[in-house]
Design a binder for this molecule. Structure first.
Ligand code: MTE
Ligand code: MO
Length: 394
């Protein structure tokens, strides 16, 4: 039996049928309120970053009136969402270590001592379940493995974040006395061999760092060469850019190559129907902008085409104030249309792109025309655009 000066995490006399779960069998000199608190602080910080960046991403995609998301800086969303996914991935070993550090408490005896104790344990159960759900569903989503998720990931991940926030705040409130005294105490010198606390923190920080270094290259270009475990290599794909939905998968293959293709622009007073030659005859502009997928990968492209604001002006509407609906020729799928708010419509970098890197768009990148706007999630960068409608102001 190892001696430790911190309060033991388990207690109560063992009984024969509990023998395999006797505290001594689990005990590690490393488990202590101090270690659990330190891991908790790190985990709390990681969750805070994930919550805020996730909320930003949600608000951009479901904008309430009070949330004006600007079109600049052009790469801001790339940063916030890259941080969201990188932090979420680094959380995996942290959460594992934290659960390990309190694992013997699962077998506390008696399991329930009082109503307050029961409520506390229920709170911890919700906390653990919500935290595991967020991390596991997030990892499944960035790996694009939807089979184990018979629910709509985005909605579930969003609502579970609020539940988790509540459970975390409650947990901190309940544990505050333990946390503050544990952190005020100086680290206790070890009395036995094996892994030291510093060693353990290294054993957690090491994997967290390794996960970050081997995945963050999916959004931080200079580290792309190290992105061995990233779900996406930002350099692989047609025209050097990754693809999420292919033209074949979206079922648009024949529509987009049909010579009768028209881009129909409907204003509040009149409409125009533009063929590819009409579009090519309009003033062309080039913008270097990233596709920043909600899944955490991002990649820059050099896009050329017509400004969305020029198309709005073409049908006689005010390009500085217009809200615009952009629709794909795709007939099914969640991301086949998007609303562009006035701030983005007005921006000179917002294009209906016809070319990527100087060549016509690859079918998988949205041929013949796609939306590309600064500081916007990839899901809102509609490909295979067939219809643009000025919604207002009227
Ligand atoms: N019409 C349509 N546009 C779409 C999608 C889609 O499924 N349908 N997927 C979006 C997503 S999730 C992303 S990340 C970007 C990816 O653009 P890329 O394939 O050119 O890199 O396209 C977006 N545009
Ligand atoms: Mo995406």
């Amino acid at each position: 039996m190892v001696h430790h000066s911190d309060a033991p995490l388990t207690g109560g006399p063992g009984r024969w049928w509990r023998a395999p779960l006797r505290p001594a069998r689990f005990d590690s000199a490393l488990r202590s309120a101090r270690l659990t608190s330190l891991l908790g602080v790190a985990l709390g910080a990681a969750f805070a970053v994930c919550f805020v960046t996730g909320l930003i991403s949600h608000l951009i995609q479901h904008p309430p009136g009070w949330f004006p998301w600007p079109s600049r800086p052009a790469g801001l969303y790339r940063f916030t969402q890259g941080l969201h996914v990188a932090t979420g991935l680094a959380t995996v070993p942290l959460l594992g270590a934290k659960l390990w550090s309190v694992f013997p408490r699962l077998f506390t005896w008696p399991p329930i001592r009082s109503v307050v104790h029961a409520a506390e344990r229920a709170g911890v159960a919700v906390l653990v379940a919500a935290a595991l759900f967020q991390v596991v569903s997030g990892v499944l989503n960035v790996s694009r493995w939807y089979a184990p998720m018979p629910f709509f990931f985005t909605a579930a991940h969003y609502w579970m974040a609020w539940l988790l926030l509540g459970a975390v705040l409650l947990h901190i409130a309940v544990q505050l006395p333990v946390i503050s005294s544990a952190l005020a105490r100086r680290a206790v010198p070890r009395e036995s061999g094996g892994l030291s606390r510093r060693g353990l923190l290294g054993a957690v920080g090491g994997p967290a760092g390794l996960i970050t270094v081997t995945t963050v290259g999916q959004t931080v270009r200079p580290l792309a060469g190290l992105a061995l475990f990233a779900p996406r290599n930002p350099r692989i794909g047609p025209q050097g850019l990754p693809v999420n939905a292919t033209a074949a998968g979206a079922g648009v293959g024949s529509v987009i190559t049909d010579p009768r293709y028209r881009l129909v622009v409907t204003g509040t007073r009149r409409a125009v129907s533009l063929g590819l030659t009409d579009l090519a005859l309009m003033r062309q502009h080039t913008a270097r902008l990233p596709i920043a997928c909600v899944e955490g990968w991002s990649a820059d492209g050099q896009w050329s085409g017509v400004r969305l604001r020029d198309l709005v002006a073409l049908v006689g509407d005010d390009p500085d104030r217009a809200t615009v609906l952009v629709e794909s020729v795709q007939t099914a799928g969640r991301y086949r249309s998007t609303t562009v708010p006035p701030g983005h419509t007005r921006d000179e970098l917002t294009l209906i792109a016809l070319r990527l890197g100087g060549e016509p768009l690859h079918p998988d990148h949205g041929y013949p025309a796609r939306l590309i706007a600064p500081n916007r999630p990839g899901v809102l960068q509609t490909k295979w655009v067939g219809r643009i409608t000025v919604l207002g102001p009227r």
